[in-house]
Structure formats: structure tokens, C-alpha cells
Design a protein around this ligand. Structure first.
Ligand SMILES: C[S@@+](CC[C@H](N)C(=O)[O-])C[C@H]1O[C@@H](n2cnc3c(N)ncnc32)[C@H](O)[C@@H]1O
Length: 429
């Protein structure tokens, strides 16, 4: 068991952004109020019926869906393994820790945040668990730099089933190796990045140092954000002799935020087809995945001459495999249904999101998405409606789905030329 004295482990000055959040008044003793918003004080918040205080901490309402996904996946783990020890390495006000305890039924949660001034709010929020359930304490709060707590746990052989790394920018890459070391085999890491500059190809040398991927501007930048995050984790895990696979990947416009739930097992590097480079041709709009050995010979079929080689943009190495496991998303949907989070009157976008992720997990669909504006501009027509183009693609035998990442885009195995032809046909040209 851990024996950490938070007083002696002060946060490192690293990452000062979190300490610059303006102060809000905090309250003393929040209580758990299920399915009610009426008893809330103005500075208290409910999420899924759980009342808590955000105090001076960094808290975003918009991340509620990311937290729902976390809680569902942790609960599935508990159901399948019969145990759940969570390390919430950057817990903010402790909302996730609270939800892991109350909703996912975690046996133990270590709630950590480097900022010691969050302590009162976290303690008050988590104290609700015993008040509600009358059980013995199942949680500990610490204030260490994340790598420190992860490494301490590893050194003390105190392994976790589920590690949550909810950090800013591309910082999560900095914690991954320590996280994999302190994770049980078959355990889960829920990793986050808010680095939209790297995914947009605006700072390739930064993305190279943070994620190990040289990224250049491509039309499906937000999917690249997920792929470099997962690819970086794959690389970090393989250094330690582990193999990680994404169970789901989630992009949210608010931030932007890129999240991935990764399962870790012993193993070697991923399949060659799942980790490599992505090339996009500005000339024809098609993409291809290439491995390291093919990199020297890449040429887009649309252009055999070398004079137009500049039209090819290459990013990587990154994750080129599936973003989600369809079977896992089905399990999440079923649990969400049991909990009344989806279905009639559930009133959230969670069902739509999970169903879209399920569509995207069709193995026939390649990486990337095609923006309908790009198709229209190449076809010199108006933008086709998403349902019309999808039904035309299906009629011609292509796989096609919407993307949870971009609302005006489709994922399809139809090449750009086919999409242009279909769009022209839709418009009678
Ligand atoms: C995005 S917020 C966490 C939000 C929280 N998980 C939630 O869902 O509301 C990130 C937190 O990480 C903490 N933090 C930043 N750098 C850290 C580090 N190196 N080690 C531990 N905590 C850190 C900050 O104090 C901040 O509270």
C-alpha cells in the first residue's frame, strides 16, 4: 500500500498554466444530490446527478462527455475483472475520482493533482462518498507532480487497473512511460491532449518531440491529432516491451481535446499496417498509408512525374490502425443504455457519439475523412447533403460512414475521383 506524505511532495514548478486560473469562491461541504438540480448553490455543479464543487480548480463543463466515456469504460473494467484501482493523476477538483468511486464502483482511487491549493475542494468532494455510502474510505488524495506519483507507485509495486492522464497541451506524452510502468497488464490508460497546433501541422518539430511524429497540414487534421496521440503512446509502450491498442478515440471541438482509451498488454511493436506514415496528395485529394520501407518510393498514382512531387504531403510515423474497437463500443452502448444514459429521453449527445464511433469502426473504412466542401470544390458544384452522398456511395457498393470528428465529412473507401463523379451526378452535371 502507498505511504506518501503529500506535505513532503510538493508540486514541481513545471506546468505553471494550471496555477494561473482565476479564483472563484469555494464552498465548505457539498453533498451528493441524485437526479436533482434544485438544491444546488450557485457555485456548485451537478454532473449526471452528482453534486460537487469546482472551487478554484480548472474545470470545464464541456469535458462532461469525456468524463462519461471514462466512467463507462472504468465500470466495464470493474464488471469484467471484478476489481478496479484507479489513479486519477491530474484530478483538478476531483470530479472524475468522485465519479469513478460512485458510478464505476472503483475499489480504490488515488486522486492526485500537483496543485496543493486544490486539496480542500478535492477532500470535500470525495468525502461525500462515505457520507452517502457509509463505507470505509476508498480513496487517497496526493499533490505530487504526475511522473513522481506514477514512479513512486511503480517503485512500490503498487499497480493500477486504470490510469487517467487529463493533462494540458501535449504534456501527456511526458507521463506515458511512467503510466505504463505502473499499470497492470491488460489495464487501461485514458490519455488526453489539447494540442491542436501539432495536429494542424503548424509546428512539426514540436509534434516530433512530443509525439514522435512529424506532422504537416492535412485536411483531416483532427483525426491526425488522435493518431499522433495514440502513435506516441504506442512508441512509449514499445520501449518498455508493451503493446497498446485503442479501445476508443474521441475528439471534441471544445478545446480542442483529443482523448484515447488504450489497453496495455505485453507484446512487440504493432502490426506494420497499424503504425506508419500517411500521405495526402494535394493534387488529387487521395491519401495512402505507407510503411517506413515504402517511404523512399512513394508517388501518388495520379502523377508519375517527379516535377509535381511537391503535391504529396507526408506525416508520421503515427497510428494508422483502427481508432475504435467496434465490440468495445457496443459494450459501452449497452452499459449506457442500462444506466439510462442513452435511449428515449436521455437528452444527451452520448448516444449519437457512440453510434457514430460504432459506424467508424467498420474495418473496410480507411483512415482519414473527406470533407464534403473539398469534394464540392473539386467537383465545382454545391456541397452535397451528407445523407445523399452516403446513400449514393452505398448504392455503388462502397463503405461510407459519418465521422464523429467532423460533421461535414464522410469516411469512405471510395477514392476522391469517385466522390467527385457521384457529387456531379447528384447535381445533374
Ligand atoms: C485539465 S485539468 C484536470 C481536470 C479534471 N481531470 C476534470 O475532469 O475536471 C489538469 C490538472 O492537472 C494539474 N496538473 C498540471 N500539471 C501537472 C503535473 N505535472 N502533475 C500533476 N498535476 C498537474 C493541474 O493543476 C490541473 O488541475
Amino acid at each position: 500500500m502507498l505511504s506518501l506524505n503529500p506535505k513532503t511532495l510538493s508540486p514541481s514548478p513545471f506546468n505553471l498554466r494550471s496555477f494561473l486560473i482565476p479564483k472563484k469562491p469555494s464552498i465548505s461541504s457539498p453533498s451528493l444530490c441524485v437526479n436533482s438540480t434544485t438544491c444546488c448553490q450557485p457555485n456548485q455543479i451537478t454532473e449526471r446527478g452528482i453534486l460537487f464543487d469546482t472551487g478554484d480548480t480548472f474545470f470545464r463543463h464541456e469535458s462532461a462527455t469525456g468524463r462519461d466515456l471514462a466512467v463507462l469504460s472504468a465500470a466495464l473494467y470493474k464488471q469484467s475483472k471484478g476489481q478496479l484501482r484507479v489513479l486519477d493523476a491530474m484530478c483538478g477538483c476531483g470530479i472524475r475520482s468522485l465519479r469513478y468511486l460512485v458510478e464505476s464502483k472503483a475499489d480504490f482511487v488515488l486522486a492526485n493533482d500537483a496543485n496543493e491549493s486544490h486539496r480542500r475542494v478535492i477532500l470535500d468532494n470525495l468525502a461525500q462518498v462515505e457520507r452517502l455510502e457509509g463505507e470505509k474510505k476508498r480513496w487517497v488524495v496526493t499533490h505530487c507532480e504526475a511522473n513522481r506519483i506514477l514512479t513512486d507507485c511503480y517503485l512500490q509495486r503498487d499497480y493500477f487497473d486504470y490510469i487517467d492522464l487529463d493533462s494540458f497541451g501535449s504534456d501527456s506524452s511526458f507521463f506515458l512511460r511512467a503510466a505504463f510502468s505502473s499499470l497492470k497488464l491488460d489495464g487501461l490508460v485514458y490519455v488526453t491532449s489539447t494540442d491542436g497546433y501539432s495536429s494542424g501541422g503548424h509546428r512539426p518539430f514540436h509534434s516530433l518531440s512530443a509525439f514522435g511524429a512529424y506532422v504537416r497540414p492535412m485536411p483531416y487534421a483532427n483525426e491526425l491529432g488522435l493518431r499522433i496521440l495514440i502513435g506516441g503512446a504506442v512508441r512509449e509502450a514499445s520501449v518498455l516491451g508493451y503493446r497498446v491498442t485503442p479501445l476508443f478515440s474521441y475528439y471534441s471541438y471544445h478545446g480542442p481535446v483529443f482523448r484515447g482509451l488504450l489497453r496495455m498488454n505485453r507484446g512487440k511493436l504493432p502490426e506494420k499496417r497499424d503504425y506508419g506514415f500517411i500521405c495526402y496528395c494535394n493534387r488529387c485529394g487521395n491519401s495512402q498509408a505507407v510503411s517506413w520501407d515504402e517511404l523512399g518510393q512513394i508517388r501518388c498514382p495520379c502523377n508519375n512525374s517527379t516535377k509535381d512531387a511537391a503535391s504529396l504531403v507526408v506525416s508520421g510515423p503515427l497510428w494508422t490502425g483502427p481508432l475504435h474497437s467496434g465490440a468495445y463500443i457496443m459494450e459501452m452502448l449497452n452499459l449506457a443504455e442500462q444506466w439510462g444514459w442513452v435511449g428515449k429521453d436521455a437528452g444527451t449527445g452520448l448516444e449519437k457519439l457512440l453510434k457514430r464511433m460504432l459506424e467508424e469502426s467498420d474495418p473496410r473504412l480507411p483512415f482519414g475523412y473527406i470533407k464534403l466542401d473539398e469534394v464540392a470544390s473539386r467537383a465545382q458544384t454545391n456541397t452535397p447533403s451528407i445523407s445523399t452522398i452516403m446513400s449514393s456511395l452505398h448504392k455503388e457498393g462502397y463503405a461510407a460512414s459519418r465521422s464523429h470528428i467532423a460533421h461535414n465529412a464522410i469516411k469512405t473507401d471510395c477514392p476522391m475521383a469517385g466522390c467527385i463523379r457521384i457529387t456531379k451526378k447528384i447535381h445533374g452535371c
